[in-house]
Write a protein that binds this ligand. Sequence first.
Ligand code: NAP
Length: 302
Amino acid sequence: MVSKVVVGPQGPELSELVQGYWRLAEWGMTPQQRLTFLKQHIDLGITTVDHADIYGGYECEQLFGEAIKLDPSVREQIQIVTKCDIQLCGAKYPQRKVNHYDTSSAHIHESVNNSLSRLNVDHIDLLLIHRPDVLMDADEVAEVFSELHKVGKVKYFGVSNFTPSQFDLLESRTHKPLVTNQVEINPLNFDVAHDGTLDQLQMKRVRPMAWSCLAGGELFTGQSEQAKRVRAELEAIRVEVGAQSIEQVIYAWVRRLPSKPLAIIGSGKIERVESAVNSLSIELTREQWYRIWVASKGHGVA
Ligand SMILES: NC(=O)c1ccc[n+]([C@@H]2O[C@H](COP(=O)([O-])OP(=O)(O)OC[C@H]3O[C@@H](n4cnc5c(N)ncnc54)[C@H](OP(=O)(O)O)[C@@H]3O)[C@@H](O)[C@H]2O)c1
């Protein structure tokens, strides 16, 4: 059973593993199958779900909302994370000329209202600014966060893909601390472990959320020299620790980071979700952790 953990010094509690719904539109599930998939997660203790307004070309929240409509009682059992600020071009928004970011008060309010209506819920547990917006006015964003909190539409706020200085800038103006920074962490790309991002979060005792832990499947199928080296090392360590699959070693590698990331699972297959849950008992030694680091970098540490 997956435990709940407190992600920031002042909350909230999320499940240690999170289900990501970026690819939901590709899974071809009926509303009933989506509800069953969600209930299977709840039974495993994976109660936190990760969305964004733009996922599936603005479709995924709606697909999820249709499942909730079938059994509204599930709402109280889950924590919904969603994101805003990316504006995509496309048939839904023919007036847009280029994909861009928008952290204006008007856009954040509009995006949250759309998410609430698509998800078919009355509040969001955690709202993230999806990507850093160069035109972000921190005072304006802080004010919107306060307004959304006051009217009960959003309980907590955080960011995604922010540098430490962007995180500090926004947090210097918000009334409550930001509760997470959702960033990419996998054995093919862990820049955040070296550029100060994870250091800052550890310092603040804020737990990151880790996206694309399996590098979007690249760790299984990638043919780059880096992917081949990492796969071979993961397989050697899998045998040593008695894991069922290399993905369990990957999740253990992400979890070994001292900032204690919450891994977001991206699979639409419940057996792979169960495999991620079973990885929680695997502990890697420092040497095993660094063997994956070395395989990824293609050189030693010194
Ligand atoms: N904040 C951000 O900017 C951001 C960016 C990207 C993602 N995210 C979040 O992070 C979540 C996870 O990202 P992700 O989907 O990229 O996660 P991921 O776990 O790295 O990749 C999932 C993909 O890997 C495939 N896969 C899993 N196990 C496999 C195996 N053994 N062999 C071959 N393929 C395998 C899955 O296919 P199956 O479905 O067939 O298992 C799925 O297509 C997203 O849903 C989203 O919520 C956030």
